[in-house]
Design a protein around this ligand. Sequence first.
Ligand code: ZN
Length: 209
Amino acid sequence: MLINEISKILKYIFPKLMWKNNKLEIEKTIYLTFDDGPTPEITNYVLDLLTKYNAKATFFCIGNNIKSNRELAQQILKNGHKIGNHTMNHVNCWHVNANEFFNEYQLCENEINSLGTNSVGFRPPYGRINRFVYRKLIHYTPIYMWSFISGDYNRKNNPNTILKSAKKNIRHGSILIFHDSKKAFPILSIILEPILEYCSQNNFQFKTL
Ligand SMILES: [Zn+2]
């Protein structure tokens, strides 16, 4: 599904999850986020495009990918972007208990701290959360969901449909989610630049969370 149908029930059960950014920005601002990296070549591709459009973004990194690609993770920071926590091993919180999940969060946090920076927040892998994890994590970190999911991870999605949906749904304060992963690259490489172009032409600023 391309248009993110955000469940009102989820918002009711987990009131502090952030589906858009509540910072009061005066200018039209959107928040690009890239999950699952850093991935050699693909993250570099994203970084180059972001530089071209003078865009800042937030990368929700997998701890183990930081560990394997430390220079690339440092490059993200050097380019003025921010890093967020996406667990050490991309764990599905429905498949482990709250303590195991928290450990995954903490291990990723340690990797981020070892780069000399702090995580800007947490994004749950697969967008999945439960009451136990929520209650524990919300004391430690903002939890960022999204307002527009690109669907780049599913090769069956039609890039033209994604672009149409993006133009229809992106607005001030939107958090957009993409993936700097091998799986997403065939679609990401088609949609990312046109979305950056569209947002630039419509005077959106791209900022970090
Ligand atoms: Zn993910």
